[in-house]
Write a protein that binds this ligand. Structure first.
Ligand code: SAM
Ligand code: SF4
Ligand code: SF4
Length: 369
């Protein structure tokens, strides 16, 4: 199937169609890039395309809260593809070179390949990836790859059906994720990353089975410490399995050695199997925070610029966009928000643990991981 491009993309010359063009067609920041108040560059942009999901993982969208009567955002409040594209172009002009589509579950948004095709065509995008629970990948992987998607990260918390069911809110089975992974592989969306959120007393016994399963596959399994994102998952520090313990448990059976980061600011700490059968990563947001290298901006489905996963809210970009403000004005808003950024929540966490009230923090399903 041919891929439909959205209007408002770059011209044939590769220059953006409007906006503040700098040397070589770039929009916004100069060659040194845009830095925040702590000197961190804007390098990555995560685009949440929906607040909806076909899962109800208790650590993200607990079923008791997100039940039949939960009111998700009405369609009119969600950014249209043209709007996402316009903002993405501005962010890329400011130095964002890695784009990741996320959610909610991004594959529940209709016609996603059309958005992918348009994002892939933005000059300056070096990496275009998607994070998904993978259940809908068998139907979509090929069209996404054709559209220009480069890589996929899938989530898989357990290979045991009963544990998987508990961690997905009873909405899925591991076989569906494995089928999604196989589809991504066939479509060439590799190397694949497979994310596993580790929760004490829930899936800590799944670490080794998952490691054995993916060792030698070429896919990179990444263990994520259970985080206190949002206000609804009842997080407690004693439910976190520290990255050190995760690595030790795997190393005891499958010897590991550390590997240098691929690039400065890489979120996952890398380890490889000493026998050469692949690598794993651990994302230790709780026990080994990495705020100092955090170059990620997030655009929520409703068009807010969120500068930290743990922020209370974001800067509304949808209203100025829909009010018809120029690219130049939008760039000023984005630049001003990023330049003022001082976020370092994970580094400050130890001083502020304890339950959070609703509204005190943005929920993960609104901004993606
Ligand atoms: N629905 C997609 C998925 O699950 O892959 C994309 C969005 S999801 C919010 C992105 C990632 O965040 C997933 O890998 C998920 O496991 C992770 N995540 C969600 N809540 C989390 C939490 N409380 N702690 C750690 N990781 C979390
Ligand atoms: Fe959905 Fe992903 Fe959140 Fe699970 S982690 S509820 S799959 S958005
Ligand atoms: Fe970045 Fe905020 Fe996470 Fe720190 S806590 S790494 S600033 S998103």
């Amino acid at each position: 199937m041919g891929i439909r491009r959205l209007s408002g993309g770059p011209t044939d010359s590769g220059r953006p169609t409007d906006g503040v063009a700098g040397p070589g067609g770039a929009v916004g920041a100069g060659p040194a890039g845009l830095r925040d108040a702590r000197g961190r560059l804007l390098r990555d942009l995560r685009l949440s395309v929906t607040d909806r999901c076909n899962f109800r993982c208790p650590y993200c969208m607990p079923a008791e809260v997100f039940g039949e009567n939960y009111r998700f955002l009405p369609r009119k409040d969600i950014l249209r593809f043209e709007e996402i594209l316009r903002l993405a172009r501005l962010f890329v002009g400011l130095g964002a070179e890695k784009l990741r589509i996320t959610g909610g579950e991004p594959l529940v948004r209709a016609d996603l390949p059309a958005l992918v095709a348009s994002l892939a065509a933005i000059p300056g995008v070096r990496d275009l990836a998607l994070t998904t629970n993978a259940v809908l990948l068998p139907d979509q992987a090929e069209r996404l790859a054709e559209a220009g998607l480069q890589r996929v990260t899938t989530s898989l918390d357990s290979l045991r059906p009963e544990v998987f069911a508990r961690m997905s809110g009873g909405r899925g089975q591991p076989d569906q994720v494995l089928a999604g992974i196989a589809a991504a592989e066939r479509a060439g969306l590799t190397p694949l990353k497979v994310n596993c959120v580790v929760q004490r007393g829930v899936n800590e016994d799944d670490l080794l089975p998952l490691a054995r399963h993916f060792r030698g596959s070429g896919h990179i399994l990444r263990f994520i410490e259970f985080m206190d994102v949002g206000t609804m998952n009842g997080w407690a520090l004693d439910e976190v399995v520290p990255a050190r313990e995760i690595v030790d448990r795997i190393d005891a059976e499958l010897p590991l050695e550390p590997v240098d980061p691929n690039y400065a600011g890489e979120v996952a700490r890398r380890y490889r199997y000493r026998d050469g059968s692949g690598e794993i990563g651990v994302i230790a947001s709780v026990t080994q925070p990495f705020c100092g290298g955090c170059t990620r901006a997030r655009l929520s489905a409703e068009g807010e610029l969120v500068t930290c996963l743990f922020a209370k809210g974001g800067r509304d970009l949808k209203t100025p966009l829909r009010d018809g403000l120029s690219d130049e004005t939008l760039l000023k808003i984005i630049t001003g928000t990023w330049s003022a950024r001082t976020d370092r929540y994970s580094e400050e966490r130890s001083e502020r643990t304890g339950p959070r009230k609703a509204g005190e923090r943005i929920e993960m399903y609104r901004i993606g991981g």
